[in-house]
Ligand binder design. Structure first.
Ligand code: PXL
Length: 284
């Protein structure tokens, strides 16, 4: 057997509600990739639609954890960041990148901060600027359309979109650093929803769509990002990885919708993992 590839996943851990680390850890591990976790905060639930949640900030742990892992000589094949709770965490994660970036590994930043045209309540305009600087250091970024608009300081449009508009966004996003962009929440009509990819090295734009399922399901960005990274770590191209991640996310949403689960409770990715492993060609 080969040695496992290893990912450092830097997100919060929301105890209930299936997002961030409670999604990234099982999905990436199931895909045969060792997953090292750096929790940025511990919450009782995520912040989307729940009130009264607890929030234990772990900002003070980030630098000591970075130093300890550095002292152990640990290497990562990818660094995957998601929800970061404060401006200070953006700076600490930048230092983590400087410590662990190599020529061969990849940094994937999901600039979690907004959706449906609105910034999450806990974030400020200053945080958006900081997130933009973090994205400059990434090899791949995975914004949704709202986050793309905030990163580019443009007006958000609710869609449907045109290929010209989407391709314009992709190129402007790559102009400030990341060579590869995966934009989520793309749709040209009311039936299909998916993602667009752009590789600035080849100039290639691709799309991956599945049938839209009505409703806004929480945590799907993290399910998508974790599946995307799992596919990339299993040597699929960006285009293939986006198709696999869209299929996985939509299949998990479909099961959740069929069960009538509260949309705040996250999606049924657990029973969809066999489909992901089949797409990743990991099943015997
Ligand atoms: O899924 C993104 C996310 C992650 N972590 C926390 C969140 C959210 C989105 O609302 O609140 C704590």
């Amino acid at each position: 057997m080969n040695e496992l590839k290893r990912v450092a996943a830097i997100h919060d851990i929301s105890g209930f509600g299936k997002c961030s680390l409670t999604v990234a850890l099982p999905i990436i591990s199931a895909a045969g990739i060792e997953t090292t976790v750096l929790p940025t905060a511990v919450l009782s639930t995520h912040t989307g639609g729940f009130s009264g949640f607890t929030y234990r900030d772990l900002t003070d742990d980030i630098a000591p954890v970075t130093r300890h892992w550095q002292s152990l000589g640990i290497r990562f094949d990818a660094i995957y960041t998601g929800f970061l709770g404060s401006f200070e965490q953006l700076e600490l994660v930048t230092r983590f990148f400087e410590t662990f970036k190599t020529n061969g590994n990849i940094i994937l930043v999901d600039p979690v901060m907004a959706d449906n045209g609105e910034l999450y309540k806990i974030f400020s305009v200053e945080f958006v600027r900081g997130m933009k600087k973090l994205c400059e250091k990434a090899d791949i970024i995975v914004p949704n359309l709202t986050e793309a608009a905030f990163l580019l300081e443009e007006t958000y449009f609710p869609g449907p979109y045109t290929p010209e508009y989407i391709e314009g966004l992709l190129k402007k996003l790559s102009a400030f650093g990341p060579r590869k962009i995966v934009l989520t929440g793309v749709f040209f009509n009311d039936e299909d929803l998916g993602a667009a990819t752009y590789d600035a090295n080849t100039g290639e734009v691709t799309y991956a769509f599945e049938k839209r399922i009505p409703g806004y399901y929480h945590g799907t960005g993290d399910v998508f990002g974790s599946a995307l990274l799992s596919a990339i770590m299993n040597n699929f191209t960006l285009n293939e990885a986006a198709s696999i991640a869209v299929r996985f996310t939509v299949s998990a949403i479909r099961k959740t919708a069929a069960a009538g689960t509260d949309i705040r409770f996250g999606v049924n990715f657990e029973q969809t993992i066999p489909e992901l492993l089949s797409d990743l060609k990991l099943l015997p």
